[in-house]
Design a protein around this ligand. Structure first.
Ligand SMILES: *Cc1c(COP(=O)(O)O)cnc(C)c1O
Length: 409
């Protein structure tokens, strides 16, 4: 008799986005003809840039001729792309070898799959609130135990609250953790970690021989050049940190699919010496994955060309102007809003301590704007709502105006 993986039953029932969609549908059916203004989803809206489009076209053309056709490529990615990525790190004073770079089909798969090279007994620490993938993939792998229905926390997982009083960057875990997930600039809070904040975690991880999984998907949104864009800008990080990165938010590759993961050769996990984690990740990828699309990789190489990078900076600037518009509107109204300075997300504190879902309904009802309830990202997200700056400018303006005119405070 077959049995299914019982850990799936422990998941918090794919609750957030389906529930948002259900409430939006219900509102729409009661208010036909009303235009809903979604600021909820972290999906890019602006077209790929000309340099990237040329790169993708060139990739397609190569496949049309026997002299340039290619089938399977290297599991770890096209060497030209890995060299471009390595050069990107060199600009920040960080030395990453091409054999430490693993090109992938995106940061979500990497951040979900990376746990598979670690033992099932590791205790996992996550920021609270967090991008749900870190939690859910460890639930499925059997690391977390069941959810405590009262607190809505998994029994074996360490939750590191990211709240107003700590500037939305967590204090060190209160006990040893095998794996520690950090994301900066952060989804959902839109805040960014400083050099000092990250240094504390790097020191902690090295002292305890634990591993940091650092999600840098939004590093291109950092405006202040003094803030760290990579965990490897922190001294000591190469012996304790894995970094995950993506072309999705930086270059608009959400549908194209391309990312990378850095597993340093010098990484030490527990009692396994340098090189082992790098070898295991290669083994994992070559077993489960046959390499990123060669067309997508041509697009990625173009995105990292000087022209491509300049154009992608334009894309990021566009979304950051959206963030400024939303932020300014909310601040002007006297609301308390965090994030949106170095990230495409705003973390709005609900007025009068309203619950996330109550404020979601109020925002929808009064302004027709759809946000994402903070509670959906973890218990410490209660009392906040995430607004996304991804959207066409006219839609962002319309949403900002509707909030300004119609939200009753
Ligand atoms: C959007 C997002 C990703 C997504 O990455 P893909 O490369 O599109 O898979 C990863 N991490 C965070 C925190 C994100 O918000």
């Amino acid at each position: 008799m077959t049995t299914l993986n019982p850990h799936y039953d422990k998941l918090a029932a794919g609750y957030l986005f389906p529930e948002i969609a259900r409430r939006a549908r219900e509102f729409q059916s009661k208010n036909p003809g009303v235009e809903l203004l979604p600021l909820g989803i972290g999906n890019t809206t602006e077209p790929l840039t000309p340099a990237v489009i040329r790169g993708l076209h060139a990739g397609v053309e190569k496949l049309a001729r026997p002299e340039t056709y290619s089938g399977y490529g290297d599991y770890e990615g096209d060497i030209r792309l890995r060299e471009s990525i390595s050069a990107l790190y060199r600009e920040r004073g960080v030395d990453i070898g091409t054999d430490e770079i693993f090109v992938s089909d995106g940061a979500k798969p990497d951040s979900g799959n990376i746990q598979s090279i670690f033992g099932v007994n590791n205790v996992v620490a996550v920021q609270d609130p967090a991008y749900p993938v870190y939690v859910d993939t460890n639930v499925i792998a059997g690391r977390t135990g069941p959810m405590n229905p009262g607190t809505r926390k998994y029994r074996r997982m360490i939750y590191m609250p990211c709240v107003e009083s700590n500037g939305f960057f967590p204090d060190l875990p209160d006990r040893k953790a095998g794996l520690i997930y950090l994301c900066s600039p952060n989804n959902p809070t839109g805040t960014v970690a400083t050099h000092d904040q990250l240094s504390r975690f790097v020191r902690f991880a090295n002292e305890n021989r634990s591993v940091l999984i650092f999600d840098a998907a939004y590093s291109a949104f950092i405006r202040d050049p003094a803030l760290p864009r990579s965990i490897y800008e922190i001294q000591g990080a190469k012996s304790c940190a894995i970094e995950i990165h993506s072309f999705s938010k930086t270059a608009g590759f959400t549908g194209v699919r391309l990312g990378w993961c850095i597993v340093p050769k010098s990484l030490i996990a527990g009692d396994s010496g340098p090189g082992r984690a790098n070898t295991l990740w290669f083994r994992r990828q070559s077993t489960f994955f046959n390499g990123a699309s060669n067309i997508a990789q041509e697009g990625g190489i173009a995105a990292l060309s000087p022209q491509g990078r300049e154009e992608c900076r334009g894309l990021v600037d566009y979304y950051m102007e959206n963030a400024r518009i939303i932020r300014e509107t909310l601040s002007k109204m006297g609301l308390t809003v965090y994030g949106g300075m170095h990230a495409p997300y705003l973390w709005l504190k609900t007025p009068r301590k309203m619950k996330s879902w109550d404020f979601f309904d109020k925002l929808l009802g009064e302004t027709h704007v759809i946000g994402t309830p903070g509670l959906g990202f973890g218990p410490s997200g209660e009392g906040f709502i995430r607004l996304s700056a991804f959207g066409h400018r006219e839609d962002i303006r319309k949403a900002a105006l509707c909030i300004e005119k119609n939200l009753k405070l």
